[in-house]
Design a protein around this ligand. Structure first.
Ligand code: PGA
Length: 249
């Protein structure tokens, strides 16, 4: 049985002071569920997030990291810096990073390896564009993204990775994949992991769905056998919606 995991991706929203308020609201409404709960805040909010979430079941994640340990990389943030703050998770390869900040499958792979080496749990994002889907290459694109992301990752480490299947056309658009569409791709990703490693690894690894998941559609999506949680953008910024999604687990 895989434990479900609900992750809020705040993107470039909330100031450090607003972070305290939102996490306090989630804490108050959080029914101490039987699933993992993570909030991924902007870098500058992480310290307040860790402090405010201390002693609760809410864990804190970053939205990116750099794959070098230290040095002349102006503007970047290392895994050690995140660890030192008490951060436990990190989103890697979100489609917005791939689209606007030139992240490639290769840099995504380097970041996955660095996160695992430093004991941060990667939330690896994969997903097809609308053109990919319309041209019938969804499987090819996602298998490529997945296979390259796991290059040189050991079987033991692979199990720690959380994969977020996020169809690019569903992110922030209000268009959600149907539960059947989402489950089909999540099952395909699991099959890809089985091909790369083995059934044991594929069965252990958690695969989330992300893309306009909200308080209204979460329950049905989360009831599908291959969907082990959600990566939530817009709805993670409202404590009522986010905690309703948590309760849907
Ligand atoms: P959304 O974003 O829920 O606002 O569609 C999801 C994501 O990008 O992780």
């Amino acid at each position: 049985m895989r434990k479900k995991i609900i992750v809020g991706n705040w993107k470039m929203n909330k100031t450090p002071s607003e972070t305290i308020g939102l996490i306090n609201e989630i804490k108050e409404k959080n029914p101490a569920p039987d699933c993992d709960v993570v909030v991924c805040t902007p870098f500058v909010c992480l310290s307040n997030a860790v402090e405010t979430a201390k002693g609760t079941n809410i864990k804190v994640g970053a939205q990116n990291l750099y794959f070098e340990d230290k040095g002349a990389y102006t503007g970047e943030v290392s895994a050690d810096m995140l660890k030192d703050l008490g951060v436990e998770y990190v989103i890697i390869g979100h489609s917005e990073r791939r689209q606007y900040f030139n992240e490639t499958d290769i840099t995504v792979n380097k970041k996955v390896i660095k996160a695992l080496e430093k004991d941060l749990l990667p939330i690896l994002c994969v997903g097809e564009t609308l053109t990919d889907r319309e041209q019938g290459v969804t499987d090819d694109v996602i298998r490529r993204q997945t296979k390259i992301a796991f290059l040189n990752v050991s079987k033991e480490d692979a199990k720690k990775v959380i994969i977020a299947y996020e169809p690019v056309w569903a992110i922030g658009t209000g268009k959600t994949a149907t539960p059947e569409q989402a489950n089909e791709v999540c099952a395909m990703i699991r099959d890809c992991i089985e091909t790369l490693y083995d059934k044991d690894t594929a069965d252990a690894l958690r695969i989330q769905y992300g893309g306009s998941m909200n308080a209204g559609n979460a329950k049905e999506l989360l009831s599908k056998p291959d969907i082990d949680g959600g990566l939530i953008g817009g709805a993670a910024l409202k404590s009522d919606d986010f905690t309703t999604i948590i309760k849907s687990c």
